[in-house]
Design a protein around this ligand. Structure first.
Ligand SMILES: C[S@@+](CC[C@H](N)C(=O)[O-])C[C@H]1O[C@@H](n2cnc3c(N)ncnc32)[C@H](O)[C@@H]1O
Length: 241
């Protein structure tokens, strides 16, 4: 917490360590030294997560899967009553360091229906049946095969199940509807974030709309700590036919 933690995070973002041949190795190399600082800085960078969790449908006894769950902080954003309603909540991630923070949070909080699983969002499958809700919170931009992750999420969701996504993005130059972004935004932010292997795409929202029935879509701009510019992000809630 505090300025030292911020300085460590900013130094790490300026000179990121990203090595390895697989997503497991690359993400672990990125987060190994900073997983403990993650929550304090991302609380001010990754907007919309609390709203996203508040918009999840009730699924008493159901299975919620968060893909790329990181430190598990989104579960803390879930209302306690809603959290208890789910039969199982599975936090999936490829980084052992991030999952270790999540595991300690689960243990400390006494969340007895929450488990952590080391696996990729492109191939994790629930042991018993299909999921009721799949969440991606600032994870799709870090998954190179994000379209495969979206397709895979569809395949693990029961018919009528819900996908909930929030992430950074940029609009297409000629969007069919929704927000328009100035050229500097469409060029600056993808270049800026790609330095940390975060790939903002104009295609997330259009692709999600083709794969799911949109229930709630919000496009907005969020503040970036220590910078005078705002970055676009979206919330998408959709259901599987
Ligand atoms: C920016 S963090 C978001 C964490 C959390 N969802 C949140 O909202 O704070 C992105 C997470 O996605 C994970 N990740 C990246 N590629 C992944 C993949 N292929 N499968 C599962 N998790 C992945 C990273 O390890 C990291 O924990």
């Amino acid at each position: 917490m505090g300025i030292r933690s911020d300085l460590r995070t900013i130094r790490h973002m300026a000179f990121p360590r990203l090595t390895g041949a697989t997503p497991f190795e690359r993400m672990e190399s990125y987060y190994r030294s900073t997983a403990g600082d993650y929550d304090a800085f991302r609380e001010r960078l990754l907007h919309g997560r609390r709203d996203l969790m508040g918009l999840l449908p009730a699924a008493p006894g159901g299975h919620l899967v968060e893909m790329g769950a990181g430190t598990g902080s989104n579960i803390a954003h879930l209302d306690e009553r809603r959290r208890k309603e789910f039969g199982t909540i599975t936090l999936v991630d490829v980084s052992t360091s991030m999952l270790e923070v999540a595991r300690r949070r689960v243990e400390r909080s006494g969340w007895d229906n929450v488990e952590t699983v080391l696996a990729s969002a492109t191939d994790y499958r629930p042991r018993d049946g299909l999921a009721d809700v799949v969440v991606f919170s600032y994870a799709l931009t870090m998954i190179p095969d994000w379209f495969a992750a979206v397709d895979h999420a569809r395949s693990v969701l029961r018919p009528g199940g819900t996908i909930a996504v929030c992430d950074f993005y940029v609009a297409r130059k000629h969007p069919a509807g929704g927000a328009r972004h100035a050229a500097w935004r469409r060029h600056l932010w993808p270049a800026w974030f790609s330095h940390n292997d975060v790939f903002l795409s104009p295609d997330h929202l259009p692709y999600l709309r083709t794969r799911f029935t949109a229930v709630h879509v919000r496009e907005s701009l969020s503040a970036v700590p220590y910078l005078p510019a705002r970055v676009p992000y979206y919330l998408f809630i959709g259901t599987r036919d």
